[in-house]
Design a protein around this ligand. Structure first.
Ligand code: S3P
Length: 457
């Protein structure tokens, strides 16, 4: 019997993922589907809750983050059917009707849950809502949404001079604003637009560069009046809005597909076909960068589902070359920087990533953690305050690494391990379940197919 390429070892206190490349070599082959888009899943649940009538969601991500959103909404009186990827029904209670919960709301690890809900609830007059989250979330900056919401008239209290969770919001009558955000952040933009739904008049957010636009698209689909000015990166919502429940088909998450895209790019001889991936242009920075690096990626069956562009992706191995990733493209690949760092290790030359200081306040300090963990495996990565310099062409050697409880770090390290010699053990690998509960099973399957494929020669 051949040794398993991927063995999941669960110890008493933490989950370890152990990956050992087979001596006979490795190439990834096969077709796969990735789970539903995390950003779209959160928004479908939230807009479904505040719309009139039923919302039916197909393809919802069953990761821990959307589960946090669903349980907060349930605690505020929204009926949501059991979560599954086939069909979830949300019985909308109408705008402004979320109930004061009897207990503290737990957003878990999810920045999107807490930041968007602060905006949504700031207009729910005379009701108190208190949020907490895990250790990572309680450390993440919240003033980026609290400040503009206060400008609209919101009352919010929290730790460290009202900047950190636990946070309490007491609903008020809000006034519309035009907010010039100092950072390109879809969470900030969405929080303000959701608050604007119940402020009389136009609420506008202008960003330094364009962040993901799923809120704007879905608000429009639910019947809100939304104006977009692409040249100035501005989005406006007109309040008071009325939303009507919809059928939402959630496309596969390009941020989850990114792991397989990079895996196929860097493991010699690989070819993967990834079905049903969202290719919203505010999210496709990774495809543009990999193409610039010489990747072989083709888009097939391009189509649109519920206002979101979707395609199947075919990715074949090719030798990558280094590039510079900076400027306006950063918000369009913000979650893919850890896995792009892995790609850069296998590129010829030195890759530079700049303008990415936001990564320091994600689920972990992603610049520090990805550099430290990959360097433990023999990579040559140096940190800038706002980025990384990665010298390509250094072979990786398996060792013990740690996800720091960050889902995207756990999965990036697993992909790096596929090309490493020896054995890599990723501690706290269970963090992947935040956005990709079946990650290990899919890893097994793309590697397993390889074994059969390799043995048949
Ligand atoms: C998200 C926006 C991004 C992203 C996060 C999800 C969203 O954060 O990193 O994973 O759903 O709006 P920022 O908007 O803060 O950059």
């Amino acid at each position: 019997m051949s040794t398993p390429i991927v063995a999941l070892k669960i110890t008493e206190h933490q989950h370890d993922l152990t990956i050992q490349r087979p001596a006979s070599g490795l190439s990834l082959q096969g077709r796969l589907k990735v789970p539903g888009d995390k950003s779209i899943s959160h928004r479908a649940l939230m807009l479904g809750a505040i719309a009139s009538g039923e919302t039916c969601i197909q393809g919802l991500l069953l990761g821990e983050d959307p589960r946090s959103t669903a349980s907060c909404l349930r605690a505020m009186g929204v009926e949501i059917s059991e979560l599954n990827s086939e069909k979830v029904v949300v019985k909308g209670i109408g705008l402004g009707n979320l109930k004061e919960p009897e207990n503290i709301l737990d957003a878990g690890n999810s920045g999107t849950t807490i930041r968007l809900m602060l905006g949504l609830l700031a207009s729910h007059r005379d009701r108190y809502f208190t949020f907490t989250g895990d250790g990572s979330l309680r450390d993440r900056p919240m003033s980026r949404v609290i400040k503009p919401l206060q400008q609209m008239g919101a009352q919010i209290w929290g730790r460290k001079n009202n900047t950190l969770a636990p946070l309490t919001v007491k609903g008020q009558k809000l006034s519309p604003i035009h907010y010039y955000s100092p950072i390109a952040s879809a969470q900030v933009k969405s929080s303000i637009l959701l608050a604007g739904l119940m402020a009389d008049g136009k609420t506008t957010v202008t960003e330094p560069s364009l962040s993901r636009d799923h809120s704007e698209r879905m608000l429009q689909a639910f019947g809100a009046s939304v104006e977009i000015e692409p040249e100035t990166h501005s989005a406006t919502v007109v309040g008071t809005a009325t939303l009507q429940g919809q059928k939402v088909i959630v496309p596969g998450d390009i941020s989850s597909a990114a792991f397989w895209i990079v895996a196929a790019c860097i493991v010699p001889g690989s070819e993967l076909f990834i079905e049903n991936v969202g290719i919203n242009p505010t999210r496709t920075g990774i495809l543009e960068v990999l193409e610039m690096m010489g990747a072989d990626i083709t888009l097939e069956n391009e189509r649109v589902t519920t206002g979101e562009p979707v395609a199947d992706l075919r990715v074949r191995y090719s030798q990558l070359k280094a590039c510079t990733i900076a400027g306006d493209i950063i918000p369009r690949l913000i979650d893919e920087i850890p896995i792009l760092t892995v790609a850069a290790i296998y590129a010829v030359g030195t890759t530079i990533i700049r303008d990415a200081a936001e990564l320091r306040v994600k689920e972990s300090d992603r610049l520090a953690v990805i550099a430290t963990q990959l360097n433990r495996m023999g990579a040559r990565i140096t940190e800038f305050p706002d980025g990384l310099e990665i010298t390509g062409g250094t072979p990786l050697i398996g060792t013990e690494v740690d996800s720091h409880n960050d889902h995207r770090i756990a999965m990036s390290l697993a992909i790096a391990a596929l090309n490493a010699s020896g054995t890599t053990t990723i501690h706290r690998a269970e963090a992947a379940a935040i956005s990709y509960p079946d990650f290990t099973a899919t890893l097994q399957s793309v590697c397993g197919q390889t074994r059969e494929y390799a043995n048949s020669f």
